[in-house]
Design a protein around this ligand. Structure first.
Ligand SMILES: NC(=O)C1=CN([C@@H]2O[C@H](COP(=O)(O)OP(=O)(O)OC[C@H]3O[C@@H](n4cnc5c(N)ncnc54)[C@H](OP(=O)(O)O)[C@@H]3O)[C@@H](O)[C@H]2O)C=CC1
Ligand SMILES: O=C(CO)COP(=O)(O)O
Length: 331
């Protein structure tokens, strides 16, 4: 198939390699000429994915929007979530009317509290059956190294989910399918907030018990919010839920975990942002989760505590104290 990836960041590029390994013709669209030339002329992304020396031959790049998508059967969006709406507006009318649009993004839009399925569909005026989300424990560097991994493709039209899954299946990358798009979106976005908190506790020197407490309470919070938003609770026990929590909350390869860890070590939000190796989606998503919780009448103590860390600079100890009320409650 002809597949275009919009955004040649770490995951966009690594996923582009998966698609190329699966036998597709892959075109990367990037706005930076240095990245376009690197991929097109040298099969290398020296800005965002240095660990891969040579990207596959069936992978090229362009900075021209119309050219990038003109023959695309699948268009994959891998742009930092808060910029997806504005970036996609420039592609409206250019994407072939039968192409499936796939989002790799894990975030909630600040200001609107909308999930990426909502943002992408609104920006491109796309019917639900032509939208798919991909989410799972997918740390980009490990997948770029072709380590075995799995993910979940979600689309309300299961045949289209299968089509996308087939297009990204290789001997090291396995894709499952679901119709629970909302569940995938909620899992991927909310686990980043949990990873910030776990990273912060780790950076402050706390051990396994504290990490397990935050991950478990975080899972309960994202499950409650997801259910209220219309997700299938089963999704939260799968690869995109527990699976991604384990990967992201346990690895320094995660930008969210590392961002939190730097806060726990005493860096300010500005300092942690400066040293971040790519976008830490949990940072802008935290406030959006609190707003969504208010909207859906679901308590979000973890997201609220992290929002106070990010806006008021409360300590790790204060953040953890915020997770629980004074009264004794059932788990
Ligand atoms: N890295 C990972 O392991 C995984 C990431 N994800 C998700 O995938 C998404 C992308 O992540 P990743 O590739 O790693 O992030 P990076 O930080 O490496 O890259 C972000 C990408 O967004 C682009 N971008 C930012 N602002 C704009 C804009 N205004 N217009 C156009 N493009 C823009 C950047 O372009 P430029 O280079 O020009 O700034 C870059 O291509 C995120 O939502 C993330 O949560 C999901 C699973 C795994
Ligand atoms: O989503 C991810 C792994 O599944 C990547 O996490 P980060 O965005 O924190 O690096």
């Amino acid at each position: 198939m002809n597949i275009t990836v919009l955004g040649a960041g770490a995951w966009g590029t690594a996923f582009g390699q998966v698609l190329a390994d699966a036998g597709n013709n892959v075109t990367m669209w990037a706005r930076e000429p240095e990245i376009v030339e690197g991929i097109r002329d040298h099969h290398h992304n020296g800005v965002r994915l240095l660990s891969v020396e040579k990207l596959p031959d069936n992978m090229t790049a362009t900075g021209d929007r119309a050219e990038s998508v003109k023959d695309a059967e699948i268009v994959v969006v891998a742009i930092a979530a808060q910029f997806a709406r504005v970036a996609l507006a420039d592609f409206k009318g250019l994407i072939p009317s039968d192409a499936i649009v796939v989002s790799l993004m894990k975030g909630i839009e600040r200001g609107t509290s909308k999930r990426m399925d909502e943002v992408v569909r609104e920006a491109l005026d796309l019917p639900a059956e032509r939208f798919a989300a991909i989410s799972g424990p997918n740390l980009s560097k490990e997948i770029a190294d072709r380590q075995p991994a799995a993910t979940v493709v979600g689309c309300v039209d299961i045949d289209n989910a299968r089509k996308v899954a087939a297009a990204c299946t290789t001997d090291y990358f396995k894709a499952f399918v679901t119709t629970d798009v909302i569940g995938l979106e909620m899992c991927g976005s909310l686990k980043n907030v949990v990873a910030l908190a776990v990273g912060m506790a780790r950076g402050a020197g706390y051990g396994e018990n504290t990490a397990a407490m935050i991950e478990t309470r975080g899972l309960a919070e994202l499950t409650a919010l997801g259910k209220a938003a219309g997700a299938d609770p089963k999704t939260f026990a799968g690869l995109a839920g527990v699976g991604d929590l384990i990967a992201t909350c346990g690895s320094p390869l995660s930008r969210n975990y590392t961002f939190g860890s730097n806060l726990g070590k005493g860096l300010s939000v500005e300092e942690a942002t400066r040293v971040s190796n790519g976008v830490a989606e949990g940072v802008p998503t935290t406030d959006a989760v609190v707003a969504l919780g208010d909207e859906l009448d679901v308590p979000t103590p973890l997201a609220y505590a992290m929002s106070r860390v990010l806006s008021e600079g409360i300590s790790c100890q204060q953040m953890l104290a915020e997770l629980f009320g004074a009264e004794i409650t059932e788990e």
